[in-house]
Design a protein. Structure first.
Length: 197
């Protein structure tokens, strides 16, 4: 009984926040889509797809908004698979982690040394020409650095955490349940068939 009395004596804003923290309002489909889009945008998935296309000899043309074969692949399929395995092993797992800025150079060097040495050692089996080894080195170094820097002091993690918590807090302070009707857009007002929504 004491708990109910203490809750009822709280200011309304506190009660709303407390109620929403205990039982968060349902997210609307639009909010869920926006949150998923942010996570997808921060993911390394698109970057990995572009790298795979480039090492297979494809080039992106901004004028036609398309990819086309412009050169021979960097190496054979076995080598490309090995490269993608090294990159995917770092990917989102690293990008959404938390690293101290001082440890990042050591980690990048460790991963780079291990990955690149295998391409040097097996360059003949991978059909990787000596003059193109620097391309592999640049891909590995660029990807390892960017993913680790995304995790510097929980960078990407904090971005997601910030969006999700701000969204929840905003709904709580507004007193919304997340099920209010959405305002209709301009095109929904154009109803040539007289249909009622």
């Amino acid at each position: 009984m004491e708990d109910r009395n203490s809750i009822s004596s709280m200011p309304i804003a506190q009660r709303v926040i407390l109620g929403n923290v205990i039982s968060p309002p349902k997210e609307s489909a639009e909010e869920h889509y926006n949150q998923a889009s942010i996570i997808k945008g921060l993911s390394t998935h698109n970057q990995l797809q572009r790298i795979e296309l480039r090492v297979n000899g494809y080039r992106y043309n901004a004028l036609t908004d398309s990819w086309s074969q412009s050169s021979k692949p960097l190496m054979n399929e076995r080598g490309i698979n090995k490269l993608m395995i090294h990159l995917e092993a770092i990917g989102d797992g690293t990008s959404f982690s938390n690293y101290d800025p001082k440890t990042i150079p050591k980690l990048v060097f460790f991963y780079l040394k291990n990955a690149y040495s295998s391409f040097v050692t097996y360059s003949h089996e991978f059909e990787l020409e000596e003059e193109r080894r620097d391309e592999v080195l640049n891909i590995l170094l660029g990807f390892f650095l960017s993913t680790h820097n995304n995790a510097k002091n929980s960078g990407h993690r904090n971005t997601i955490r910030g969006v999700l918590s701000e969204s929840m807090l905003g709904r709580a302070l507004a007193g919304g349940s997340g099920s209010e009707p959405k305002s209709k857009g301009f095109f929904s007002r154009l109803n040539p068939f007289g249909r009622k929504d």
